[in-house]
Design a protein around this ligand. Sequence first.
Ligand code: GLN
Length: 320
Amino acid sequence: MKKIKIDDIRSVVKEAYEKVKTMQGGKNANYIPFLAKIDPQLFGIALCLPTGEVIEAGDTNYVFGIESVSKVYTAVLVLRQYGADEILNKIGADATGLPFNSIMAILLEKDHPSTPLVNAGAISADSMVKPLGDSNGKWGAIADNMTALSGSTLVLLDELYKSETATNFNNRSIAWLLKNYGRIYDDPDMSLDLYTRQCSMGVTAKQLAIAGCTIANGGLNPVTKEQVFKEELSPKITSLIATVGFYEHTGDWLYNSGIPAKSGVGGGVLGVMPGAFGIAAFAPPLDEFGNSVKAQAAIKYITQKLGLNIFRNNNIDFEM
Ligand code: GLN
């Protein structure tokens, strides 16, 4: 069993913040006008422990667009509502190896959106959210699930929602293409709107870290102490994150960092170290694949410094 001092984690988070703060490189997402305007200097790191303690550095209370990290939340919601097998059958759990908004991936997989953590699978997941046919009811379920995972309410960034709605032509094509393949289980336009709205939620790095820790902690929110989902779903959601969290660069990310993590074009990244902690970092400039440059560097630094890696020896003590 590995022993780690909480004080060491506090120092490593601070160190990561200082080291990465001045790092250059990357550009804000510019295909969603709202995101292009966000201050590129913003940067924060939050790490939440199963005790509920959140270790923070920098802009951890700044509210930014959750974007694709919201896919993790809705995946949890449909896993709660339908169970692991039905999600595998209706959406899938495979990596696409292609960008997050790929239409090619849908065509290649024919009738399968692959995973709830790319745009196609996320729109499909939104179509599955119960109560079916009831946009307000579905939105209520999505927002309540976000609150439960993060331990506090996320607020809709109205300007971001309008900005995305006015420019989401590619996602509209995805919704209707999936409808063609029988992978939209409710009204396609409604499902797309719910997806656009969930991506436009405002979140803080602190809220993301708490959600990450709820997943790392077998569904028990460490702050509110609410059991949000059944423990058995925890490895399912973590495996989805591990498989496709950085899209076509997920393999490189896992190889280098050893921690399943999910990025969003708002600049946020949420990481899950099972049994240990949830971690989030936020900084708007992205690399060419849509992943925050500083958030990746910070999370990688922290897990490496702490010597944690999900692929390491589990130190099992066999009994004869
Ligand atoms: N709302 C964004 C989109 O659909 C989310 C993409 C992302 O964060 N990777 O394009």
